[in-house]
Design a protein around this ligand. Structure first.
Ligand SMILES: C[S@@+](CC[C@H](N)C(=O)[O-])C[C@H]1O[C@@H](n2cnc3c(N)ncnc32)[C@H](O)[C@@H]1O
Length: 226
């Protein structure tokens, strides 16, 4: 895989999202990409909860302004959420939003922390579910991130990863040509590479599906259980 130096990718991502945090929730991309991603997470998390039926913890990596945490707080599930993002401004927005929306709710408010997806600051087996949407293409060492995602999952935990689907002509133009030019130094891995990352990290029951005609997204789900 051809990628820019890791330090460049990370500093570009940091700069992009420190700057974008204020207006992120008003972006048109919410309609086309971000909300469909949260809806897919809710469906997959619901499927996991139907089977396990116990209080659970979610780690949302590259959490942005914390909208998934907001959706989860509005559900009837006994869930606690930790969001982590490389950009401090995104975490600040997320914490402020959780504070505004959390009043009167019975669930614990979500917590947000700044951090790098390649070095997750959590003990092994800390989470039931790890989510990551529209962020993976900023990671220079994608296999290392998937390995660490598995490390922090409980043995019956689940990873749900969503990012641009670039394996048809619409996806290739959108993500490799347009997004690649706008964001620069990003890498949208093919679906087969993402499947391999999951398999190499030791995930089982790996399944993949495409969302959306325009702005197509790839949802990859894997279970930590062997
Ligand atoms: C397009 S936003 C996606 C936010 C949210 N998950 C969503 O779907 O709306 C990408 C996020 O990934 C974060 N990010 C980029 N590189 C990261 C890294 N190495 N570790 C953690 N977060 C990172 C950015 O700061 C940004 O908030």
């Amino acid at each position: 895989m051809t990628q820019a130096p890791a330090a460049d990718m990370k500093s570009l991502a940091k700069h992009e999202f420190e700057t974008w945090a204020d207006s992120y929730d008003r972006s048109l991309l919410n309609h086309f990409m971000f909300r469909p991603s949260y809806a897919a997470f809710m469906e997959e998390i619901g499927g996991w909860y139907e089977v396990h039926r116990r209080p659970f913890r979610v780690l949302d990596i590259g959490c942005g302004t914390g909208t998934l945490a907001e959706w989860l707080a509005g559900s009837s599930w006994p869930v606690r959420v930790v969001g982590m993002d490389y950009a401090e401004a995104m975490c600040r927005e997320a914490s402020a939003k959780a504070g505004r929306n959390g009043q009167g709710r019975r669930t614990d408010p979500a917590r947000f922390a700044t951090g790098d997806s390649e070095h997750l600051p959590f003990d092994a087996g800390s989470f039931d579910i790890v989510t990551c949407s529209n962020s993976f293409h900023h990671y220079p060492d994608q296999q290392a991130v998937v390995n660490d995602m598995r490390r922090v999952l409980k043995p019956d935990g689940r990873l749900i990863l969503i990012d641009g689907f670039r394996d048809n002509i619409i996806g290739w133009v959108t993500f490799d040509v347009i997004v690649g030019r706008v964001e620069s130094n990003v890498y949208h891995a093919p679906w087969s590479a993402i499947h391999n990352y999951f398999r190499s990290a030791g995930f089982s029951s790996i399944r993949q599906r495409k969302l959306n005609l325009w702005f197509p997204l790839l949802v990859t789900v894997g279970d930590a259980a062997q």
